[in-house]
Design a protein around this ligand. Structure first.
Ligand SMILES: Cc1ncc(COP(=O)(O)O)c(C=O)c1O
Length: 366
């Protein structure tokens, strides 16, 4: 009996298992080739199943953004978790303390005040492992290189912190306009981490983890001598933003949204996938090469030109061969936000559904 994806009701989130496996194998091979660790960011898929696949394929642990993601992953038995986000409120520090009973946690430090708060919260407990987040150009969280000595000196006096890593995220690579520019950003990303690590080592800290990672840059950063770890997230799935950057091709994009034609007008087709299925994301940093709101596979002349919540309005050149109720697969612009909009993945091989996996940490932002 056939179990084709085209029998599914829509909108549905589809995950091509062969492509997912290939993407994970490729990242794993890059880590192995460079003899470094791979700590995937699971905010992309928010799935226990995929996180465990990554660990089975050689990941040393996982990266999360949110404490709630860490709780879900730790409750599933995953042991080694980097929370790459500065935690400082007493509510969250209480939860963090409780979570250390279940998993080996590392958290991000990004200011003197936050370091002191974390230190206080762990008074009388086993010291918590912390990594310093440095800013390599994204200008989001992370201390500038000029501030490293000051914060590392303060951390020396905070006996409840076990400081052994430096990390950064070069998210500004998403605004690059050429692969050359991406390579430059990757080189700088690694350079900032290594410089910061040296400054800390000169103060007597032992920095064993020197971690970089964004999907556009990780392949290049991985090759820099001294870097010990990569943390790509999106590279598990890829999407039209990465295609637009020239980092990958549509043939590697593992995540698609199955969508139906609900209406056809003189000059437009309306699909049942609006912003609540595809998101309005066109690339966080103004990626100029992203056209519309996703790519309709096998229909090169269709442009998904605008989205309202439940409608995706596409324009077409000349005429369309699509009819009412026809189904299409759309590669999203930004896979990570789209995965967070659905309850489950319909996992398929060559269009035949082989499994369904929950998006376990969907909507978990606290
Ligand atoms: C700290 C950190 N590490 C790794 C990543 C993964 O980046 P990407 O999805 O580009 O691979 C992110 C993404 O936001 C991040 O914030």
């Amino acid at each position: 009996m056939t179990n084709s994806i085209h029998l599914l009701d829509t909108p549905a989130l589809l995950l091509d298992l062969t492509l997912l496996e290939n993407n994970l194998d490729e990242i794993s091979a890059i880590a192995k080739k460079n003899q470094i660790q791979w700590r995937p960011h699971i905010k992309t898929h928010k799935s226990i199943h995929i996180a465990k696949m990554q660990l089975a394929k050689g990941a040393c642990g996982i990266t999360v953004a949110k404490l709630e993601e860490a709780e879900i992953m730790a409750n599933s038995g995953i042991k080694d978790i980097l929370i790459a986000y500065p935690i400082s409120s007493s509510q969250k520090l209480t939860r963090l303390r409780q979570l250390t009973l279940k998993a080996t946690l590392t958290i991000a430090i990004d200011s003197v005040e936050q370091a002191k708060r974390v230190n206080e919260a762990f008074e009388g407990e086993k010291p918590i492992t912390v990594w310093l987040k440095v800013n390599s150009g994204l200008n989001r969280c992370g201390v500038d290189i000029e501030e490293v000595v000051e914060i590392a000196s303060v951390i020396k006096r905070l006996s409840n912190l076990h400081f052994n890593g430096i990390f950064t995220h070069a998210g500004h690579s998403y605004a690059a306009t050429s692969i050359e520019q991406i390579k430059e950003i990757a080189e700088n990303e690694a350079k900032v981490v290594l410089e910061a690590a040296k400054l800390c080592e000169d103060l007597g800290h032992q920095i064993t983890h020197k971690s970089i990672g964004s999907t556009p840059t990780f392949k290049y950063g991985a090759e820099v001598e001294g870097i010990t770890e990569i943390r790509p997230g999106n590279a598990a799935f890829y999407d039209m933003c990465q295609v637009g950057l020239g980092v990958t091709s549509t043939s590697q994009c593992a995540l698609t949204v199955l969508s139906s034609v609900v209406s056809i007008k003189r000059d437009r087709i309306i699909f049942d996938t609006g912003s609540k299925a595809l998101s309005l994301d066109q690339g966080a940093h103004g990626n100029k090469s992203v056209v519309g709101y996703g790519k309709v596979i096998n229909h090169p002349k269709i442009i998904l030109a605008r989205l309202s919540e439940e409608h995706g309005v596409a324009t077409f050149l000349d005429k369309t061969d699509l009819s009412l109720t026809d189904k299409v697969q759309i590669i999203p612009n930004h896979a990570c936000v789209v995965a967070n909009l659905f309850d489950e993945y319909f996992v398929h091989r060559d269009g035949e559904i082989v499994d369904t996996w929950q998006v376990d940490a969907r909507g978990k932002m606290r």
